[in-house]
Design a protein. Structure first.
Length: 292
């Protein structure tokens, strides 16, 4: 279910025609220097030829410092767990994307083409569901909001795209095993409803509401959320486990904070909540406060 043209960037620009990518693939140092000089002039910051190494913002491999860390569109897409702006319900009125559209109006056509690639319906064990929207993309799969016209669910399609910082075995079995492990520990999660082994799809309960990441950006932070995460940690650490503490994986609903992913890993102190996760809960909130 991945978007078919991986060389269309998150914002709709065509990475295939980008001089940085061409210079990288052909190892053309002259083109690197030319591109660095042009980008320095356009952006008003020093950019060196050594920085011009990029295979495309949605492709595995090298990235320019801007594409990897500084691009506001790329950062927003990653933060929301999306693939491109085409997956975002706010695409048409987004001021950040609008700045790119003003200079390169063709990006909207590229994004609309990607949007058309999203399926209208999907099945789980021969039961058909209408796809409402893409909720996000993770290391293991794409999560869609779907409905049987009575109830809304999350349908996760396992993908086999490479991840440069994580190695998987059997993704579907890992997902099911992790769910059982966390369920036994009493971690609040959406219920697992169906498994379609042949199509590598799972159907989950939909926990309605914004993620903690979205709420932090809106300036909302409840102290009870941290308390509830710490209560989860009190169950996880003695069992030798960590979960993915990034705030996109948590949704508060009716007073309960839900961990909406099923992933868990062997406990390592450097990746626990106190040493890794909490920085993303406090950093986004403070950034929002500074801007308001």
């Amino acid at each position: 279910m991945e978007n078919t043209n991986q060389l269309i960037g998150c914002c709709g620009l065509d990475c295939e025609t980008c001089d940085a990518r061409i210079a990288t693939l052909t190892n053309d140092n002259t083109l690197r220097e030319k591109t660095a000089a042009l980008w320095t002039e356009l952006n008003g910051v020093p950019i060196t030829a050594e920085m011009i190494n990029c295979t495309g913002c949605r492709m595995e491999g090298a990235k320019t410092p801007f594409c990897d860390k500084l691009c506001p569109v790329h950062n927003c897409v990653r933060e929301k767990g999306l693939n491109t702006c085409a997956d975002c319900t706010q695409m048409d009125e987004c001021p950040t994307l609008g700045q790119i559209v003003a200079n390169s109006p063709f990006v909207l056509e590229n994004l609309k083409q990607l949007k058309q690639d999203m399926p209208d319906t999907m099945t789980v064990n021969d039961v058909e569901f209408r796809v409402i929207k893409l909720l996000g993309k993770g290391k293991g799969g794409y999560s869609y909001l779907v409905t049987d016209e009575t109830t809304q669910y999350v349908l996760k399609q396992i993908h086999h795209e490479p991840c440069e910082y994580y190695t998987f075995g059997d993704k579907l079995n890992s997902e099911l095993r992790d769910y059982e492990t966390l369920h036994k520990l009493g971690i609040p999660m959406p219920r697992l409803l169906e498994v379609d082994t042949q199509q590598e799809r799972i159907l989950k309960e939909y926990i309605a509401g914004k993620t903690v990441a979205e709420l932090l950006k809106m300036g909302q932070m409840e102290s009870d959320w941290l308390v509830q995460v710490q209560e989860m940690c009190a169950r996880l650490y003695p069992a030798g486990l960590n979960i993915d503490y990034y705030p996109t994986n948590f949704v508060p609903c009716d007073g309960t904070l839900y961990y909406i992913d099923y992933e868990c890993n062997v406990y390592m102190e450097e990746w626990d909540f106190e040493h890794w996760g909490i920085q993303y809960w406090t950093m986004q909130a403070s950034e929002r406060t500074d801007k308001t």
